[in-house]
Every structure is written in structure tokens, then in C-alpha cells.
Design a protein around this ligand. Structure first.
Ligand code: GLC
Length: 427
């Protein structure tokens, strides 16, 4: 039996029992293809991480880079899967996709019991549809408010706890920096493009204002309410004032571009930006820190949207054994540890939050355990196969509002009518 685990790094017990689970290299070496969106250092990191699996099994992996936008990936994958495409063996899947693509993926519950036992139960649950474990978690995601420590100090300002404070402080710093000659400086950058990322940002504004989570866990459509209106009104006021007009086309990487070149006081982004911002060549290395996102209105609790990525094996793969073996390796403790240390990606294996190497390399990881454990899920579970449409209707209504096409109140009222139609007699 060929065992490919480099066990003993951090979780010898988990690693050994997973290895003992009997994942062996197939008799003849094969080439498997892995499709994944590319954000930050994703391509380079993937190639580094799969190397030990390739060496141990003799198999090779071809990486198929996809657009950064999760919405674009979803559209393409849905087409490929509907056509029964055998060319892609594994897909890197967003946390929200499981209910919509479940039938096209292989059930891994029997082979992944060691990973399941070592993981946060809620994350495993999010990838389990009708008792089938359709994707294995690679990392979880919960955003942070990034802020420039040096600039808060320069302007004698505190870390903002509310969106209203953030609005004021961003303006103060932006005005000061521009007066100092930095014409390109902005107060706050975030993700305003019309795509899934805007659903994440806007859900945070709405939920942190006490306006619910678009569709509640029991399936009730809750989005048309005064707190949600107030949240969107505040955010609309940012566009062209503390945030560049171009923010309406920004995804994660565009906001990171402005931030990491030193041209923004605050940024909303996921933990991957922490590792990149502290890289040796980064102009803001050591100058920033992170804090949970603010709360808003009269509400005093903040909200972070739950993100995260998984690996699924296609039902149409002609190399299922090798593909499953690769999925188990990528979701296992060694690969998760490497991703945490190099990219600050939050593990889904519980014990890694106590790992001293991770804490030393990326202090955000242990600090963010509580943030992701309290993160708000998007309504993909209650809306099932309709989630993508629910989300695209939501992000469109928000994008229209931010663009000045209709008021928040009118757009949310129309959204509610649309969602009611979509729901019909039930999701
Ligand atoms: C991050 C999250 C993912 C989310 C995406 C939106 O990649 O992990 O869940 O859908 O951002 O842009």
C-alpha cells in the first residue's frame, strides 16, 4: 500500500488514521484536472501543495485556472456539469454551492470520516446534502475590517466600532492625506461589483444594522425592512465620497490593489489579504491590523458573512479514485496547515487553531476563530436550488441602489416582490 501522507506535522493522530483509511495510489499513474478560481497567490500555492501528493502517487495534476469571480465560476461549472463534462475531475467549490450542485458530485462520506471527525461540524454540515458529503472543506473564510495603524495614530483616531464612525474616520484621514498631496488616497475600499461578493458585503451591512439575512433560516423573505434600507442608504453615501466611484466595479483583488499600494485607510476583505499585505514586497507591511467589521444603526452587533472553499469530485470523472485521493489530501491537516501559514487561510480542522506555527506565522488565524464561528451564512440552505437567483436578485438591487438608480426603499420593495415570485409556494 502506498501511503502519501507526510504525517506528524501537526496532527499525527488524524493524519495517521486517515492514512490507515487506505487511500492508495491507483495502479497506473493518471493525470487529474482541478478547476479553481484564482485570487491572490492561488495558482502558485496550489502547485506547491500538490507536489507531495504527485510525488507519492506518481499521478499528476493539471490546474485549470478560472476567473476570480465566484459567480463566473459557478456559471461555467454549472454548464460543464450539466453537459456531463469528463475533462474536469475536481472542482474547487464555494461554500454556498453544495445544495445546487450536489447531484453532480461524488459522495465522500464513507472515505472522509477522519476528516469529518476532525472538522467543525457546521462546516461539514454545509457540504452535506441529503446525507451525502459532496465536497470536503479546504478552508473557511470570514472577513475583517483592515485598518492602517499608522494613519489612525497620525490623525488621533480610534478603531471604528460602528459604520457611522468608520464613515467619519475614513473622511478625516482621506481629507488629511489628500491635503498632504496624496490625490489618489481613499477612505474605504470594498467589493461593489454586481456579483456574489456584493451579496457578502451587503449582507454584512444589513445584518449588522439588525435588518436580518435576506431570507431567514425558515425560508421567510425578510429583506424589505427599515434597518436594511438604512444600511443601504449609508453605503450609497460612500460611493464617490470615501470610496472611489470605481468601487462599483471592484471585486476582492481590485480593493486589495488600492489598499496594498497604500492608497486606502480601511478595507473590507477576507483573511488572504492579511498574508499578502504583510509580504516582504508589500508597501504596507507591518502598518496595518484587522478588527471585526463594524455594527450599524442602533444595533450593537457586527456581522461577517461566512465564506469558504471546498473540493468536490465530479460524478463524470474518469479517474475517481485518484480524484478522491487528491481531495482527501488537499482537505487534510498538512495541506490545511500549509495554506494557513502561507496564505492566512482559516483551517476547518479544529486542532489547527492551537497550532503554534500557524499562530506565529499568521496571528489573524487564531484571532479569527471566533469571528468565523459567529459568521452569518448566506441563505443557500433555505433557498436550495434557487440560491444563485436569490443572490443575483439581491446583489442587483443593491448595485442599482449604490449606483443611484432608485432609492433603497423602492429597490428593496421590488426585490421582495421578485423573491416572492421566485419562491412561489415554497423554496
Ligand atoms: C470569498 C469567500 C466566498 C465568497 C466570495 C465572494 O472567496 O470565501 O465564500 O463567495 O469571497 O466574492
Amino acid at each position: 500500500m502506498t501511503v502519501f501522507w507526510k504525517s506528524g506535522l501537526v496532527l499525527p493522530i488524524v493524519a495517521t488514521t486517515i492514512a490507515a483509511g487506505g487511500f492508495v495510489a491507483p495502479a497506473a499513474a493518471v493525470e487529474v484536472t482541478y478547476a479553481s478560481g484564482v485570487v491572490g497567490a492561488a495558482t502558485e500555492r496550489f502547485k506547491e501543495i500538490v507536489k507531495s501528493w504527485e510525488e507519492a502517487t506518481g499521478n499528476t495534476v493539471t490546474f485549470v485556472p478560472m476567473p476570480a469571480s465566484t459567480s463566473d465560476q459557478f456559471a461555467q461549472y454549472r454548464l460543464w456539469l450539466a453537459a456531463g463534462n469528463p475533462d474536469i475531475d475536481l472542482y474547487q467549490t464555494d461554500v454556498i454551492w453544495a445544495p445546487q450542485l450536489a447531484e453532480q458530485f461524488v459522495d465522500m462520506s464513507d472515505v472522509a470520516s477522519d476528516i469529518v471527525d476532525a472538522s467543525f461540524p457546521a462546516i461539514i454540515e454545509s457540504q452535506t446534502v441529503d446525507g451525502r458529503l459532496v465536497a470536503l472543506p479546504l478552508y473557511t473564510d470570514a472577513p475583517a475590517l483592515y485598518y492602517r495603524k499608522d494613519l489612525l495614530e497620525k490623525y488621533g483616531a480610534a478603531v471604528p466600532k460602528t459604520w457611522e464612525e468608520l464613515t467619519e474616520t475614513a473622511k478625516l484621514i482621506q481629507d488629511g492625506e489628500r491635503a498632504d498631496g496624496k490625490g489618489d488616497f481613499w477612505g474605504f475600499v470594498w467589493q461593489g461589483n454586481a456579483y456574489e461578493g456584493l451579496t457578502c458585503d451587503a449582507l454584512e451591512w444589513v445584518k449588522s444594522f439588525g435588518g436580518g439575512q435576506i431570507v431567514e433560516t425558515d425560508g421567510t423573505i425578510s429583506i424589505n425592512n427599515p434597518q436594511a434600507v438604512a444600511a443601504l442608504e449609508l453605503a450609497t453615501g460612500w460611493v464617490g465620497t470615501i470610496s472611489p466611484p470605481g468601487v462599483l466595479a471592484y471585486q476582492e483583488e481590485e480593493s486589495r490593489g488600492v489598499w496594498q499600494t497604500g492608497n486606502a485607510a480601511f478595507m473590507r476583505n477576507w483573511p488572504y489579504a492579511y498574508a499578502l499585505g504583510n509580504a516582504d514586497e508589500s508597501p504596507i507591511k507591518g502598518e496595518f491590523d484587522v478588527t471585526p467589521l463594524p455594527s450599524g444603526g442602533d444595533n450593537d452587533s457586527s456581522a461577517a458573512t461566512l465564506g469558504g472553499w471546498n473540493v468536490a469530485v465530479s460524478k463524470y470523472s474518469q479517474h475517481k479514485d485518484a480524484a478522491i485521493s487528491l481531495a482527501l489530501y488537499l482537505a487534510g491537516p498538512d495541506a490545511q496547515k500549509e495554506r494557513a501559514i502561507k496564505d492566512a487561510q482559516l483551517p476547518t480542522i479544529v486542532a489547527l487553531y492551537d497550532d503554534p506555527d500557524i499562530a506565529a506565522a499568521q496571528p489573524i488565524v487564531p484571532r479569527w476563530k471566533e469571528v468565523f464561528m459567529n459568521a452569518v451564512p448566506r441563505p443557500s440552505a433555505p433557498t436550495k436550488g434557487d440560491y444563485n437567483e436569490v443572490s443575483s436578485k439581491f446583489w442587483s438591487a443593491v448595485h442599482e441602489t449604490l449606483s443611484g438608480n432608485g432609492s433603497a426603499a423602492d429597490n428593496l420593495e421590488l426585490l421582495e416582490i421578485d423573491l416572492d415570485d421566485l419562491k412561489g409556494s415554497g423554496w
